[in-house]
Each structure stands twice: as C-alpha cells, then as structure tokens.
Design a protein around this ligand. Sequence first.
Ligand SMILES: [Zn+2]
Length: 242
Amino acid sequence: MKIADHIEMLEIKVPMGEHEMVIHPVVIYADNQAVLFDTGVPGCYDKIIEQIDPAYPVQSVILTHDDLDHIGSFPQFLEAASGTLDVYTHAQNVGAINGTEPFSKANPERINSMLEQFPESIQKSFRSAFSTDTPENVNHVLQGNEVLPFGEGLQVIHTPGHTPGHTSFYDIASKTLIAADALIVENGELHGPNPSFTLDMEQATNSLRAFQKLPIEAIVCYHGGLFKGDIQQRLNELVNPS
Ligand SMILES: [Zn+2]
C-alpha cells in the first residue's frame, strides 16, 4: 500500500502453525534505490521482493531491532547484494546483527527450534550471516536523533523498551512514522507495544514521548499496519494513562 509516492507499506503473510501472521515492512524509494525497513521471518525474501518496485534495487536495509521476525530474511538480502548492502541499525543492535553478541530475546535453543521449520539452505545462511566467522554486517551505526539523507530526510528516533536498541523512523516528506514495534494496531486501535514481547514496558512507554514532538500524519506499525486519525490525542492517552 502506497502511503505517498516514495513510501510504501508492504503486507507480508507468514504462516504461524495453524494461524497466519501479517507483518508490515516499509520501503522508501530514494535515489534509484529501495530502502527496506526490516526483513520478516526467515524465508520471507521472495514475498518481500515481489512487493517492491523492480526498478529500485534494495541497496539499503534498516533494521529497527534484533527480534527474529525483523531480521529473519536479512541474510538473503545480504547475499542478493553480494557484499554491497548498506546496513543501518542502532549502536545497541550492532553486536547481535554482526553475530558477535546474543540477540536481545532469542536464546540459541529458541533460534534452533525456529530455524528447524525452514529448508537447510535458509538455516545455513541464517547461521552464517549472524556468526563471527563472516564479515561484519552493519556498516552504518545509528545513535538516534540523526537525520538520514533519504527523500527529504529520515529522522532516526531511538525508542528503547521493546528491546534496548529499538529504533523508530520519521519520514519528513510524508510525515509518516515508521514505528516498528514501539506501537501496534489492534482492531483498528493504536496501542503501546505488546507487553508479552517487551523487555522494559516503562521505558517503552516513556519512549513514545519522542513521537509527541512530531507532526505525524500516518503511523506504520510492523504488527497491525497503518494508523491514521487523531494520532496526538491517542499518543497522549498512551503516555499518560488515566
Ligand atoms: Zn516484531
């Protein structure tokens, strides 16, 4: 779904046992390339590529945090770009994304049982990408508060809580907040992050205050999709629960 000419919300359906999970990576088209925010679970590469305008090669991947449903197909994007991928993530995610530190949440047992559902080739490239035996993956380390030169500018907003390195982004041209997992949409309503998957709920709620300073017209939540409407009033309710 196009949000504006240069920014698109994808809709990727992922089988989860008997159910289906729908996730929403975002693409910004800038300077003849596609900038992709998050990469789905393992095995999502083809589904994601299918939804991206083929005139724009995926030259940049921005990882909002190190959860498995966001980094899962990152190894395939890495392979497809044969060593030329620009990879952006917050300083606190760098160790996990480079494979030198454990992921914030998933322990090795959980990763093994998750990977077992996928073909051998996918397991192999996942283990190899997030390993100390292969070159570092991240070549653009974000601190929060900087503005990246995509479109009219992409504001980086460090929003710790869901994980320590969780980061959201604000596309200045379309006034779109790419919230990642800092917010979710459920039954058409905007909510704070899911407490069952959030490491520090108080910090996560506090992180929402950064959004109150921005003239946001649309929010894309990785889980739940697009939210429009009275955004500032809803943020106020979430930050100051009565
Ligand atoms: Zn997630």
